[in-house]
Design a protein. Structure first.
Length: 657
């Protein structure tokens, strides 16, 4: 079953395959062909042509071909467990998905974007029995995997470029690099929990700085993300629906008792600042290259730089010598302790860690959290990754597990946990196994799911594209090889912010000029990627969070204030953006990928095939072909744009079947 609707009679709005930057698309009737325009000089393409300026795509550790046989065997075991569970519930598996549907699904799920027409055509025509394995392995080894996975973790970890006064750009870069390097999941988490120092020296510390001076919030977020358990209510009182007590919450929080933060400017810059302030207030002639005016700031960008210097020296660290105790609140009202009693650190389940000589409490907490013996660490990530692939978790909701939670298929979840441990927490290899399953390759379930009834996985569920998948797919329609663009690193800027070696005002002025030049080059690099105010790069390479009126936010990208705040609900702004927004016009401009590919085809039939393969990853049906040819005949060259626009606004484009 396809979600595509018949082509619309575009009476109110027409879209030309060739438009200009200044004029709106012409409005035409569907019955009278538009006369051919007079010949004019060919305008310069307005889609950015900057592929050669982007540099190289991110290097990604590929999957290990020697592990493929084991992955196939594990996938078969999973299929057997799913089939057994279906039989026990008198259910049957969905039919296998056709090649076009499956190819599009694999690209969207792994690389986060629809395939190009060439990729879709290749998958459909490939007769190899191993083509699914080959495609999965290729995509898991691609920069697109890192980009799409980063979007997932950015929503989970609330990754932003800046939170309050703290610049966290290097933390996001570290997460991307960890995914590209295929860092084991347990090490990835451990590094964030135990991190100390400055962002420049240890970017993983950004996880702690994201909740600076809010250790209780950081603890609650940590347990919810990595253990799938909510203990936040117990901060103020015994949990009303789970077994956690307020005392147990504070015992967990005691692991953060030694956390402290360091901020401010280094002594050298503080002295220079004071010197310039004194010179400003004096009546003495000002030396050449004077830095600060009466407001103590030398320019808008200089102020930004000076503040960034301060942010660069902000650190999160544990007081290893004190391991400070914390106390119960003054209004503690339960019988198991007294108000303001000192609380010793203790884990809420499993074996509570014992501090080793010289070890901080937070390091001990990180050891306990990521241990194979922790009853919920591996369970939580196995369930999360299953949901990421199939659309529904074996446990729902995935972040509110209790002692009474039962998976829809306990045997399967237990097997998934054992596989993650066997793989030493290799996320990529675990996902490879799931994508290899026949269960994943079946037709999607279209029916609305009962939120309280278990889902037994006759196939994956029908899913709407995430905001990032919609955006990245539009970028794929517009730009050649968008994976070649990676966001300029903040590391060089942070290194410029390191002023510990500067001694005089002249040194500061020289460094300021370097910063201004760096900002000028960085802005130009971003400006070269813009179309009508929109930066045409993948979602993972855009600033975070984006403004509320940006296309990505309109389509549900979270504000990164709370865990997993993204949504995939439809709304009116989305409808308007897809119908007539600048972002959906860009792919109809001269120089776009779909434009270039369509006009390069010699026959009308080939052009129509190209349009359908590009947008829907399949060939048109006879009915669709007839309707499209009528549109071409009625409106000439404008008909091509109308068909593209109509397909873009179908449900089939916006869903993963």
């Amino acid at each position: 079953m396809k979600l595509w609707l018949p082509l619309l009679a575009l009476v109110f709005l027409g879209h030309s395959l060739i438009t200009t930057t200044s004029a709106a698309p012409p409005v035409r009737t569907a019955s009278k062909p538009t006369a051919a325009p007079a010949k004019k000089p060919v305008p310069k393409p307005i889609i950015p042509q900057y592929t050669s300026q982007r540099g190289q795509a991110r290097k990604v550790v590929p999957v290990d071909p020697q592990l493929q046989a084991a992955a196939i065997a594990s996938a078969e075991t999973i299929d057997q467990m799913v089939a057994k569970n279906l039989r026990a519930n008198n259910l049957t598996a969905n039919p296998m998905a056709d090649d076009a549907t499956l190819g599009r699904r694999i690209y969207l799920d792994i690389s986060g974007t629809i395939p190009t027409s060439a990729q879709a055509r290749l998958f459909i025509r490939n007769s190899s029995k191993d083509k699914v394995h080959e495609t999965v392995d290729k995509l898991l080894s691609s920069p697109g995997y890192v980009s799409h996975s980063f979007n997932y973790w950015a929503d989970m970890l609330r990754i932003v470029d800046r939170r309050d006064a703290t610049d966290l750009g290097l933390f996001g870069e570290w997460v991307k690099q960890s995914l590209a390097d295929n860092q084991p999941y347990n090490e990835f988490v451990h590094d964030m929990i135990a991190a100390e120092g400055s962002l420049l020296d240890n970017p993983a510390v950004g996880y702690q700085l994201g909740d600076e001076n809010m250790p209780f919030d950081n603890l609650n977020n940590t347990v919810r993300i990595f253990l799938g358990t909510r203990i936040g209510c117990a901060q103020c009182h015994n949990h009303p629906t789970d077994r956690w007590t307020q005392k147990e919450f504070y015992e967990m929080a005691a692991f953060y008792g030694g956390m402290k933060y360091n901020r401010g400017l280094p002594a050298e810059l503080t002295k220079i600042t004071a010197y310039n302030r004194n010179m400003t207030e004096s009546k003495a002639p000002k030396p050449e290259g004077w830095l600060w005016d009466k407001t103590d700031y030398f320019s808008t960008e200089g102020k930004l730089w000076r503040n960034s210097v301060s942010r660069q020296y902000r650190k999160a660290m544990s007081d290893a010598t004190k391991n400070n105790d914390i106390r119960l609140p003054h209004d503690y009202s339960y019988d198991d302790a007294k108000p303001k009693d000192v609380v010793k650190p203790r884990a809420i389940f499993g074996n509570s860690p014992t501090l080793k000589p010289g070890q901080t409490r937070r390091e001990a907490f990180a050891d306990w959290l990521t241990s194979e013996e922790n009853p919920r660490f591996t369970l939580s990530i196995a369930n999360r990754l299953w949901k990421r692939v199939f659309g529904v978790g074996l446990i729902e909701p995935e972040d509110d597990m209790t002692d009474y939670t039962v998976a829809t298929n306990p045997e399967l979840l237990e097997y998934l946990v054992s596989e993650l441990k066997r793989l030493n927490y290799d996320q990529k290899e675990f996902l490879r196994i799931l994508y290899y399953t026949k269960t994943y390759q079946r037709e999607a379930t279209y029916e609305d799911l009962d939120p309280v009834a278990p889902y037994h996985f006759p196939g994956p569920v029908l899913r709407r594209l995430s905001s990032e998948q919609v955006w990245d797919s539009l970028i794929t329609l517009t730009i050649d090889n968008p994976d070649n663009y990676t966001r300029p690193s903040n590391r060089e800027f942070f290194q410029l912010c390191d002023v510990s070696d500067l001694k005089t005002s002249d040194d500061i002025l020289k460094r300021l000029n370097e910063v201004l030049e760096y900002n000028k080059v960085a802005r130009k690099a971003m400006d070269d990627t813009k179309y009508k105010g929109n930066t045409l790069v993948r979602a993972s390479e855009l600033p975070s969070p984006l403004p509320a009126n940006h296309f990505l936010r309109q389509f549900g990208q979270g504000d990164r204030q709370t865990i997993a705040s993204a949504t995939n609900d439809g709304n009116v702004p989305q409808l308007l953006a897809m119908f007539n927004g600048a972002v959906t016009h860009m792919m109809l401009e001269e120089g776009s990928e779909i434009y270039n590919n369509v006009i390069s085809r010699k026959s009308v039939d080939d052009q129509l095939d190209e349009i359908f393969l590009t947008l829907l990853s399949r060939y048109p049906t006879n009915m669709e072909k007839a309707a499209s040819l009528r549109e071409f005949k009625a409106n000439g060259k404008y008909g091509y744009g109308n068909v593209i626009w109509a397909l873009l606004n179908t449900r089939e484009f916006l869903f993963i079947e």
